[in-house]
Design a protein around this ligand. Structure first.
Ligand code: ADP
Ligand code: TRP
Length: 314
């Protein structure tokens, strides 16, 4: 039986932390083999928030390297870069013409930036239609994303419906899969782990960096069992194996932290080694092959879309 199509995208920004790993990477690793999967680096989306060319280059190589290092198999998944396929910007324009300004004004990402007094660029405003185009091009059945992307998927479904009502049923309406059943991974200060709170444990950190971040976990005014230490530990070891350790080390926060750092390091070590072995040339090769495959699929959608909107003259 033909597999359903899965499509998801990532912005090439910064270093991943273990919150990202358990929130989205691990669920993606479990999900993608069941589908014909496409993984896109959303480099054009990242232009809405940064204009630093050197970091775009570095972050793009880095995010692909990270995904390969955690175990995404490029033979199984089509990994490609948005900017390598001009169909994305073309369809985004067409979808922009299907939705209204007040509709886009309700976008969370856009509203947040306006509320913070930042000057939102026009790309940020139309961001959801570029995302809708990404998804629509690949006859997508399911889109796995983190909770923060829920609204963008609603925008996609709305734009697709409007297109189909206007021009006929051309584009498949995708289903959203919200990943992150593990819930929110806490950071070293007990709040949600997030790069913007500087409370992360880096996913590819060295042994020393992991130890350093674990030692920073705030344990003031906690009882016998340091909550955040245990919550993180449960991600790396089955609860059954932890009961004895935490019972016999009641109140000894330092020892428990050392045990946690050790277990995080054992988990990360193989991925860290794999990451080191992946060259820039390997990445360019993966992206080139991916772009070719992506274009084969998206060009079929575009030819239907172009005739539906009246671009086929004869
Ligand atoms: P950050 O908050 O560090 O900026 P991002 O917004 O780049 O993280 O998150 C990328 C994805 O990782 C999101 O889809 C989100 O669902 C997931 N994620 C981020 N932080 C956590 C966390 N602490 N726990 C679980 N999932 C997370
Ligand atoms: N906006 C998504 C994010 O910031 C990235 C993204 C771009 C995406 N295009 C997509 C996600 C298409 C899913 C499908 O995380």
């Amino acid at each position: 039986m033909k597999k359903q199509r899965l499509f998801t995208g990532l912005q090439p920004s910064g270093n991943l932390h273990i919150g990202n790993y358990f929130g989205v990477l691990q669920p993606f690793l479990n999900l993608y083999p069941k589908y014909d999967s496409f993984l896109m680096v959303a480099d054009y989306h990242s232009l809405t928030s940064s204009h630093d060319s050197q970091s775009l280059r570095e972050n793009t190589l880095n995010i692909v390297r990270d995904y390969l290092a955690v175990g995404v198999d490029p033979e199984e998944v089509t990994i490609f870069r948005q900017s390598d396929n001009p169909d994305h910007t073309e369809l985004a324009w067409i979808l922009n013409c299907m939705v209204t300004v007040p509709f886009l004004q309700q976008g969370h990402a856009y509203k947040d930036k306006v509320a913070k007094g930042m000057e939102p660029n026009a790309g940020l405003f139309t961001y959801p239609m570029l995302q809708a185009a990404d998804i629509a091009l690949y006859d997508t059945d399911v889109v796995p994303v983190g909770e923060d992307q829920r609204q963008h998927l609603e925008y996609t479904r709305e734009a697709v419906s409007k297109f189909n009502r206007t021009y006929g049923e051309i584009i498949k309406k995708p289903e959203t899969i919200i990943m992150g059943a593990v819930g929110v991974v806490p950071g070293t200060d007990g709040q949600k782990m997030s790069k913007s709170y500087k409370n992360t444990v880096p996913l590819f950190g060295s042994k020393e960096e992991i130890e350093e971040s674990v030692m920073r976990i705030i344990t003031d005014s906690e009882g016998d069992i340091p909550e955040t230490v245990l919550a993180l530990h449960k991600l790396f070891k089955p609860e059954g194996e932890l009961t004895d350790l935490y019972e016999s080390n009641k109140g000894r926060y330092g020892d428990l932290k050392k045990a946690l750092a050790h277990d995080i390091n054992s988990f990360i070590e193989p991925m860290r080694e794999k990451k080191k072995s992946i060259t820039d040339a390997d990445i360019v090769d993966v992206l080139e092959k991916g772009a070719q495959k992506a274009k084969e699929v998206s060009s079929q959608t575009m030819s239907q879309v172009r005739s539906a909107i009246g671009l086929n003259l004869i």
